[in-house]
Design a protein around this ligand. Structure first.
Ligand code: NAI
Length: 699
């Protein structure tokens, strides 16, 4: 039983006790119902208080029960709330710290609510593609008004209790406690003060009206349509709240909410969001590195190189209050790097996202140097110099000489062999890859590259550091491109074949953007710099001379069209603008190249474009999984969602492949292999994919 029952004089106190946030799991629900029964049966008890142990009233559903029979097992949350409503003695919710989702729905079922200041109150179900399914959409509008409730339900955002408590006419909180510390005492006193009130007040008996209902709900529907075009949940939230205003009987509104909730449960979008919710949490767990692995202390960070990546990397640590020393070869490179960082911060200040004093505090944590002597006291050093093994060798040999024992030596390399980099030092166990994504102060993804010798406590430490700087970290083994870039290369190859066969860059980009990608491959190339891929292909031409790829990207670079940074790439860009304008010269280059190959262009459907691009990712991912480069399929989805703009509502490439069905994915791949202009070897399904299909399983 994870709820405690105690009697304080004439008041029974039921304390939800299911750490960390008193999730309303089966045992907790049973505890509440049993506590209520005990209190009804005890003639000395005149009132009941429900509260939460530790740092929460309740965070809502117990996420460990998601997708299991326990989630809906009796007593389910509806039953618990009914039991509260039917109590013959007043039930007072004593709310503090966190009151969310099912926790708030439970509180709304109570006869009275007393809240401590500083409590976060929310119905966040929409963030999992759902709506509050235990009366939240029916009761919240009755206590804070239709519009305020709908805003909270559609956004899922938390509101502070003292803010709600100060709104005139609100009925969510009958009383605000003076302080969180005094809540327990005040709740007991409040419970005694209402012990004899009859009939007992219930939120369900309050009216629910909007003076201009039809117009308001139409407006709300238009709003959410524009904001959440790929997600059905916000619109269903509007329907549910509207039902609260339309049905004469409360229970009819409740039934409408239930129906809408079940509809959402079955949507691919909600499945994707729930998958990602768990995937993100699972990414921080490394199978052979236990959670209690001791960590090294990181009090100071050094960054080598103040270029595109170095400055952004440094900002992450400054933002988290960790001092950074940045090293360059020349003073002017340092000055340039620092100026860029200042420009970034100043832009945030201008937009009102950062206070001036905070900006100054952050910059005060930064020091710069041209001398390795100044790095001696750093606990973690991150190298972000040119992508050249010779340069990396010099830097790591030097770091090995100067860094204190136990310091972690990290490289931000995006393609080079981390094991080789580690071999330049006498301490390969302390070497790890920290692959940030550009812009490094913005992108959430961090690939943590685990070398053959990387020590477990180094991994545990960098995973904890990642959390501190608000990154989503995923562990990758050593291979060319790690998880993300190794997959994107195959995606890029398919994009090139599509040009050769008849597409324009614009057609390819539009098709995949319609699928939901933030940016198609050609716009992405322009943003990242087409010269980067060019350099990689030149290296590949030596390493794998037989690899087939479209020459259009090389021809583009020969035209000097390196991308946004030079104002022209696959598209043209007006100065300072990011809008991609199709360019006739590029289209002619593509057409001429096609003609030189003797290819008659054909019309290629959006569906084929999307399948070829996405299944290219899926097949490479299967190789990556099988080789143990990624620990689990969900890690790959996290990489693609947080680093590559894969559509969130599709849950990542492997979740999407599961939704399509791996059998269907492989069937399509076999079809593509028949295309003489494509590459049959490319479409050979990875052994893992074949095995999963044979076993009728998903990733
Ligand atoms: P960059 O060329 O903008 O900056 C490199 C900086 O390192 C320059 O300021 C240069 O003066 C400095 N530098 C070079 N040799 C040095 C040395 N021996 N000692 C001290 N400083 C030295 O390059 P960028 O784009 O910042 O890339 C840095 C690293 O990050 C590379 O390994 C790259 O592969 C990796 N990376 C780059 C990404 C990108 O989108 N640009 C994304 C992820 C990783």
């Amino acid at each position: 039983m994870s709820a405690k029952y105690q009697v304080h004089g004439d008041v029974a106190v039921i304390t939800l006790d299911n750490p960390p946030v008193n999730g309303l799991g089966l045992a907790t629900r049973q505890g509440v119902v049993q506590g209520l029964e005990q209190a009804q049966a005890d003639a000395n008890v005149r009132a009941i208080v429900i509260t939460g142990a530790g740092g929460a009233f309740s965070g809502g559903a117990d996420i460990t029960e998601f997708g299991t029979d326990k989630a809906m097992a009796e007593p389910n949350l509806h039953t618990v709330i009914s039991a509260v409503e039917q109590s013959t003695k007043p039930v007072v919710a004593a709310i503090h710290s966190v009151c969310m989702g099912g926790g708030l729905e439970l509180a709304l079922g109570c006869h009275y609510r007393i809240a401590a200041p500083g409590c976060s109150v929310a119905l966040p179900e929409v963030k999992l593609g759902l709506l509050p399914g235990a009366g939240g959409t029916q009761r919240l509008p009755r206590v804070i008004g239709v519009e305020a409730a709908l805003n909270m339900i559609v956004s899922g955002e938390a509101v502070k209790s003292e803010f709600i408590g100060a709104v005139p006419g609100q009925k969510l909180f009958d009383k605000m406690a003076a302080s969180p510390e005094g809540l327990a005492e005040e709740a007991l006193a409040f419970a005694r003060s209402v012990a004899d009130v009859r009939p007992l007040p219930l939120v369900r008996n309050l009216p629910c009206k909007h003076p201009n209902g039809d117009a308001y709900f139409q407006f709300a529907r238009n709003m959410v349509k524009g904001m959440a075009k790929n997600f059905p949940a916000p619109a269903k939230c509007v329907d549910a709240v509207e039902a609260a205003t339309k049905h004469r009987k409360f229970d009819d509104g409740l039934a409408a909410e239930r129906e809408l909730f079940i509809q959402l449960m079955w949507t691919a979008e909600s499945r994707a969001l729930r998958h990602l919710f768990f995937a993100e949490r699972a990414a921080s767990k490394i199978p052979d590195v236990p959670a209690d692995t001791p960590k090294r202390e990181i009090k100071k960070v050094a960054v080598i190189g103040a270029g595109t990546m170095g400055g952004g990397i440094a900002m992450n640590f400054l933002n988290a209050g960790i001092p950074v020393v940045m090293l360059e070869m020349k003073q002017e490179a340092l000055d340039r790097g620092v100026a860029t960082m200042r420009k970034n911060y100043e832009a945030q200040v201008k937009k009102g996202k950062l206070k001036e004093d905070k900006y100054q505090q952050r910059m005060a944590l930064l020091s710069t140097t041209l001398s390795y002597d100044d790095l001696k006291d750093a606990d973690l050093v991150i190298e972000a110099v040119f992508e050249d093994m010779g340069v990396k060798e010099q830097v790591f040999k030097k770091l090995d000489e100067v860094m204190k024992p136990g310091a972690i030596l990290a490289s931000n390399t995006s393609t080079l062999d981390l094991n080789q980099i580690a071999s330049f030092t006498q301490r390969p166990q302390d070497v790890v890859g920290l692959h940030f994504f550009s812009p490094a102060n913005v992108m959430k993804l961090l690939e943590v590259v685990r070398g053959d010798a990387t020590a477990k406590d180094v991994l545990a430490t960098v995973m904890a550091v990642a959390k501190k700087i608000k990154k989503v970290a995923v562990v990758s083994g050593v291979c060319d491109g790690f998880i993300g870039n190794r997959m994107i290369e195959q995606y890029g190859r398919q994009a090139g074949f599509l040009l050769d066969e008849g597409c324009t860059p614009q057609q390819v980009d539009q098709a995949i953007e319609k699928f939901g990608f933030a940016m198609g491959p050609f716009r992405m190339g322009d943003l990242a710099g087409n010269d980067i891929g060019w350099a990689i292909r030149k290296r590949r031409a030596v390493e794998q001379p037989d690899m087939k790829y479209s020459k259009t990207a090389d021809l583009l670079c020969e035209m000097g069209r390196f991308g946004q940074k030079v104002g022209k790439g696959w598209y043209d860009y007006a100065p300072g603008k990011r809008d991609a304008i199709p360019n006739a010269e590029v289209e002619k280059m593509v057409a001429d190249h096609r003609q030189s190959l003797g290819i008659t262009p054909r019309k290629i459907s959006d569906e084929e474009i999307v399948q070829r691009l996405v299944y290219a990712l899926v097949n490479e991912a299967a190789h990556i999984l099988e080789e143990g480069i990624a620990n689990k399929a969900s890690d790959i989805d996290v990489v693609y969602i947080f680093g590559y703009g894969f559509p969130v509502h599709r849950g990542g490439p492997l979740n999407y492949a599961n939704e399509v069905g791996l059998f269907n994915v492989v069937q399509a791949m076999k079809r593509f292999a028949q295309n003489p202009l494509d590459d049959a070897a490319f479409w050979q399904p990875a052994p893992l994919l074949q095995r999963l299909v044979a076993e009728g399983k998903g990733f």
